[in-house]
Design a binder for this molecule. Structure first.
Ligand code: NAD
Length: 501
């Protein structure tokens, strides 16, 4: 069955609470913009604390509903598999929705929507493979086993750059583990998450298992992060916001996972295959117009090949086809937000003020209309201590930094508050492994970049956050362990002494 959500254009979208569409308590809506036109294209409900409270209540009720609480783990997997099938059937509509909502090129949103069904299918398969253990407790006549239980109501707060893929990274393991969810998409990209709510309903999830409260971060997001009914927060977004979300989790004594920003080192040694390495740099920083958390935005190049690699990266940047994101031929679409383009422009000026040189780009391309486009930009003669190399720009800007010594390179690569991802291009396996061990990053790519899999645990170190998505690790993050100890010996014990034997 195809979703009707693409008709969201020109309409008002409501909240999804307790298995039904519902108007926001305060009756307010806000405009969501199409970045390729710089104009509003639908209105989303401006959810507030009352709406969050209703959604958390609906999710808590679902956790007590026998239809969800007592479902077998295998049947839970079946529901998630059904959701995967529905996503598969609606791939094209979902891709169109995201491209319109955040300006990401259609080739990339299609690839992401094509991958999502596999993502959910993987976790559907894990749903009945997560279990406790029987432990060899050191007491005669006693049995100790553990249960892996769902946590309860999980709040998932997502950013705008890959709305459904990032939501899915938390949602798939979270549902497979038997939790109920209140999702808060970015105020800039509500459409595809609302479409997913409709698909969850079609898949047959009991009412309240998946709820969506759209709205602003300071209102809906903060209300969700603070809500005492939340058992865990899964947050993806900026580092400053993550700090605040973690503080709310701490106040409520609940766990949280944080997928935050990055400033990833991408290294080219002089023995690397230059064509593949240059392609990796281009893919690593210009894909999604640089609006990816793992963007390889600090590119360290060995002095012996520096000039040649910079020239090649700059030539590739100049050849990038910039255009409407829904056009199949486009390689680089607009930035998702007007404010994001202004931020990128300020950073380009910082770079020039600090003495870096523009090898390519640096301004707005001559594209007709009011879309928020920006050229792929290459800074040569950048240094790791420059502001453009320290801050996450979140745009199509790469800093090309020269190095000549491996130990110094490692020190520079690690001289960042972030630790999300890293890449290295070399034909020397010893060097690749030395780098992989030494670099402070949650994911290290060797002779590839931005390669992701639902099997491979990913997540940042340092100011890039904590917690893992993907793989069995992600499932575990959405469960808690209960230890059950049974005495079947028939013995009596001293009532006043702890039983250590
Ligand atoms: P953001 O932090 O501004 O917003 C993220 C989400 O948090 C949005 O839904 C927003 O409404 C909400 N929010 C904002 N203020 C809040 C508050 N006070 N309390 C609770 N929620 C609040 O980030 P963004 O601009 O949407 O996304 C870009 C950032 O996300 C970048 O820094 C990027 O690196 C990061 N990101 C990280 C990953 C990762 O996996 N590590 C992936 C994608 C994006």
């Amino acid at each position: 069955m195809k979703t009707t959500m693409p008709q969201i254009a020109g309409r008002r979208a409501d909240l999804f609470v307790g298995g039904d569409w519902r108007k926001p308590a305060a009756g307010r809506y806000f405009a969501s913009y199409d970045p390729s036109a710089g104009a509003p294209w639908y209105e989303a409900a401006d959810g507030d604390a009352d709406d969050v409270d209703a959604a958390v209540g609906a999710a808590a009720a679902a956790m007590q509903d026998p239809a969800w609480r007592d479902i077998t783990q295998t049947r839970r997997g079946d529901l998630i598999r059904r959701l995967a099938e529905l996503i598969d059937e609606n791939q094209e509509s979902l891709a169109q929705l995201e491209t319109r909502d955040n300006g990401k090129i259609i080739g990339e949103t299609r690839a992401q929507m094509n991958y999502l069904p596999q993502y959910f299918t993987y976790f559907a398969g894990l749903a009945d493979k997560i279990h406790g253990e029987v432990l060899p407790i050191n007491k005669t006549g006693m049995l100790n086993f553990t249960l892996r239980e769902p946590l309860g109501v999980v709040g998932i707060i997502a950013p705008w750059n890959s709305p459904l893929s990032i939501l899915a990274a938390a949602l798939a393991p979270c549902l497979a583990a038997g939790n109920a969810v209140v999702a808060k998409p970015s105020e800039h990209t509500s459409a595809s998450t609302l479409a997913l709510a409709e698909l969850c309903m079609q898949a047959g999830f009991p009412a309240g298992v998946f709820n969506v409260v759209t709205g602003y971060g300071e209102s809906a997001g903060r209300a969700l992060a603070r809500h005492p009914g939340i058992a865990k927060l899964a947050f993806t977004g900026g580092t400053d916001t993550g700090r605040e979300v973690a503080a709310h989790a701490a106040a409520n004594l609940v766990p949280c996972s944080l997928e935050l920003g990055g400033k990833s080192p991408h290294v080219i040694f002089d023995d690397a295959d230059p064509a593949r390495a240059v392609n990796g740099v281009v893919a690593g920083v210009f894909a999604a117009a640089g609006q990816t958390c793992v963007a390889g935005s600090r590119c360290f190049v060995h002095a012996r090949v520096y000039d040649d690699i910079v020239a090649q990266v700059a030539a590739r940047a100049r050849a990038v086809r910039i255009g409407h994101p829904a056009d199949d031929a486009t390689q680089l679409g607009p930035l998702a937000l007007r404010a994001q383009r202004e931020k990128v422009e300020r950073y380009v000026q910082h770079g020039l003020d600090e003495g870096a040189k523009l090898a390519a780009g640096g301004g707005r391309p001559g594209i007709e209309g009011d879309g928020w486009y920006f050229q792929p930009t290459v800074f040569s003669d950048a240094r790791n201590d420059m502001k453009i190399a320290r801050d996450e720009i979140f745009g199509p800007v790469v800093c090309m930094i020269r190095f000549s010594d491996e130990a110094d390179l490692i020190a520079q690569a690690n001289d960042s508050v972030y630790g999300l991802a890293a890449g290295v291009w070399t034909r020397d396996i010893d060097r690749a492994l030395r780098f992989a061990r030494a670099v402070e990053a949650g994911t290290v790519w060797v002779n590839t970049y931005r390669s992701a899999s639902f099997v491979s645990p990913a997540g940042g170190f340092k100011a890039s956050g904590y917690g893992k998505h993907n793989g069995v690790e992600a499932m575990r993050e959405f469960t808690r362990i209960k230890s059950v100890v049974i005495d079947h010996s028939g013995r009596d014990h001293d009532a006043f002494v702890i039983q250590l034997k």
